[in-house]
Design a protein around this ligand. Structure first.
Ligand code: HEC
Ligand code: HEC
Length: 393
C-alpha cells in the first residue's frame, strides 16, 4: 500500500487491523487530530456494538456489519486493487463526513462490484465466499485479461500461503505431534511463566517509519496490553482484559473502540498465544495441520477456530518454534488477515521468547524490537482496564 502515515505508526497492534487501515489513509494529510465526526454514534439495540451505517453517513451496500468490520472491507478494497484510500475517496483530511459525500467513479464502481461479487458467490457457488475482490484483481486496478507469459515461466515466489490451509499431503505430522515438538522447543519452564513485560522500539511503515517506544504487558492466562507511545498525537493502546478488548488511538472515528464478535475472538487468541503453555490441543477447535514454506524454510501449520476467528500457527520444522501466527476474521468482501512473524528467540526465565516480531495487516506493517523482557513480575490490574481516549501530552 502506498499509505504511510503518522497514525499508521501509532497503530499499535494487529487486532486493530481495520482501524489502522482507516487511519493510515485518512491521516496521511491530516497533521492535527480533529474531533471525530460521529461524536455519539447510535448503537445496535440491545448491544453496544456499532454498525457501520450508524457511524457513517452514506453506507448503501455494506450495511448491517460492525464498524470495525466495515473498515476492514476498505482494507480489502485497497489491498485487492493495489491502491490507497484516496484513489477512491476525495477526502483530504480526517473529516470523516467527506468520505460520505464523495462520488468518485471508482467508489461508484466499487459499490457495483460488491453487488456483482455477492451475486456470483450466491448464484454459482452456493453462497460460499470463493470469489472476492482479490480473486480477480490480484493487486491491480484492472484485472488481467490474458495469461502472462512472463509469469508463466518466472520462478515462483516461495511464500504463497493463503489464509485457508492447503490440504495436508500424506505423512504430514498431526497437530498433536507438531504441538508436542513446539512444547519441547520452547522449554519446560513455559508452564511456570505467569507474566512478563516487554520494552522496546516500534517502527511503522511508510515515510514516517521512525522509531517510537512501546511497552507490552502480558498476564497469564490471557491478558495483554500493548502501548505505543506518541506524545504528539497520543498513545495507541490495544488491550485484551481476559474478557473484553479495546483499541484506543488517535485519528479514529470512534476514540475508544470496544471489540466484538470475531474481532474479540481474534484478540483473545492473540493474547492467549503470548503464553507458550496456551499453545496446546485445546487452544483452538477443529484442528488440522498442513505443510508449507516461509522464506524457503519448511513450516508445519496448525489451523483451527477460536470462536468466529480463524487462527493458523506456523512452526519451523527444524527448530519447532512458532515463527508465524495468522489470525483472520470474515467480512462481506473477503477475509481480513493479521499476520505476525516472530524471530530472534532468546531465553527468558527458561522460556524461548521472540525479541523481534512484525505484524502485517491489509494496509500496513509494524515492527517491534524488544530491548528488555522481564518475566514473572506483578502487573497491576489497571493495565488491562478500558483505556482512555488518546490525547497529546
Ligand atoms: C475501491 C474503492 C475504495 C477504496 C480503495 C476505499 N474505499 Fe472507502 N468506500 C468505498 C465505497 C464504495 C464506500 C461506500 C460503501 C457502501 O455504500 O456500502 C466507501 C465508504 C467509506 C466510508 C464511509 C463513508 C460514509 O460516511 O458513508 C469510509 C469512512 C471509508 N470508505 C474509508 C476508507 C478508507 C479509510 C480507505 C483506505 C483504507 C478506503 N475507504 C478505501 C470505496 C473505497
Ligand atoms: C469477477 C471478477 C471481478 C471481481 C470479483 C471484482 N472485480 Fe472489480 N473489476 C473487474 C473487471 C474485469 C474490471 C475492469 C472493467 C473495465 O475495464 O471496464 C474491474 C474494475 C474495477 C474498478 C474500476 C477500476 C478503474 O479502472 O478505475 C474498481 C474500483 C473495482 N473493479 C473494484 C472492485 C472491488 C472493490 C471488488 C470486490 C468487491 C471487485 N472489484 C471485484 C473484475 C472483478
Amino acid at each position: 500500500m502506498r499509505v504511510g502515515s503518522k497514525s499508521m505508526l501509532g497503530a499499535a497492534a494487529g487486532i486493530a487491523v481495520v482501524w489502522m487501515v482507516a487511519v493510515a489513509c485518512v491521516s496521511a494529510q491530516a497533521p492535527k487530530p480533529a474531533a471525530p465526526a460521529a461524536a455519539a454514534p447510535a448503537q445496535v439495540p440491545g448491544s453496544n456494538q456499532l454498525l457501520a451505517e450508524n457511524v457513517f453517513k452514506n453506507v448503501t451496500v455494506l450495511r448491517g456489519i460492525p464498524v470495525d468490520e466495515f473498515m476492514g472491507t476498505m482494507g480489502v478494497f485497497s489491498a485487492a486493487l493495489g491502491i490507497s484510500c484516496e484513489d477512491c475517496h476525495t477526502a483530504s483530511s480526517n473529516d470523516w463526513a467527506n468520505y460520505a459525500t464523495d462520488t468518485s467513479p471508482r467508489k461508484m464502481m466499487a459499490r457495483q462490484m460488491v453487488v456483482m461479487m455477492t451475486t456470483l458467490n450466491k448464484q454459482f457457488f452456493g453462497g460460499r465466499q470463493v470469489v472476492t475482490c482479490y480473486s480477480c484483481h490480484r493487486g491491480a486496478l484492472r484485472p488481467r485479461v490474458t495469461p502472462s507469459l512472463v509469469q508463466l515461466y518466472a520462478s515462483v515466489s516461495a511464500d504463497e500461503l493463503d489464509v485457508l490451509l492447503p490440504p495436508a499431503p500424506p505423512g504430514t505430522p498431526t497437530p498433536a505431534q507438531i504441538i508436542e515438538k513446539y512444547t519441547k522447543a520452547v522449554g519446560a519452564s513455559a508452564a511456570k511463566l505467569r507474566s512478563y513485560t516487554v520494552k522496546g522500539s516500534y517502527t511503522g511503515y511508510g515515510p514516517e517509519g521512525f522509531p517510537r517506544p512501546f511497552e507490552l504487558y502480558a498476564n497469564a492466562p490471557n491478558q495483554k496490553a500493548l502501548i505505543v507511545r506518541d506524545n504528539e498525537a497520543g498513545d495507541s493502546t490495544t488491550i485484551f482484559s481476559g474478557t473484553a478488548g479495546w483499541v484506543s488511538a488517535p485519528f479514529r472515528p470512534v476514540a475508544v473502540l470496544e471489540l466484538h464478535g470475531a474481532e474479540l475472538d481474534s484478540a483473545r487468541a492473540d493474547a492467549e498465544m503470548m503464553f507458550p503453555v496456551n499453545v496446546n490441543l485445546k487452544a483452538l477447535t477443529n484442528l488440522r495441520s498442513s505443510i508449507d514454506f516461509i522464506n524457503d524454510r519448511t513450516v508445519l501449520a496448525v489451523q483451527g477456530n477460536k470462536g468466529n476467528a480463524l487462527v493458523t500457527m506456523y512452526f519451523d520444522e527444524e527448530t519447532g518454534l512458532m515463527t508465524r501466527l495468522v489470525r483472520s476474521t470474515g467480512s462481506p468482501v473477503g477475509r481480513l488477515p493479521v499476520q505476525t512473524d516472530f524471530s530472534d528467540f532468546r531465553d527468558v526465565a527458561g522460556v524461548k521468547l521472540p525479541f523481534k516480531w512484525t505484524t502485517t495487516w491489509l494496509d500496513g506493517r509494524a515492527n517491534y524490537e524488544a530491548t528488555e523482557i522481564q518475566a514473572n513480575v506483578t502487573i497491576p490490574a489497571t493495565r488491562f482496564a478500558r483505556p482512555a481516549p488518546a490525547k497529546p501530552y
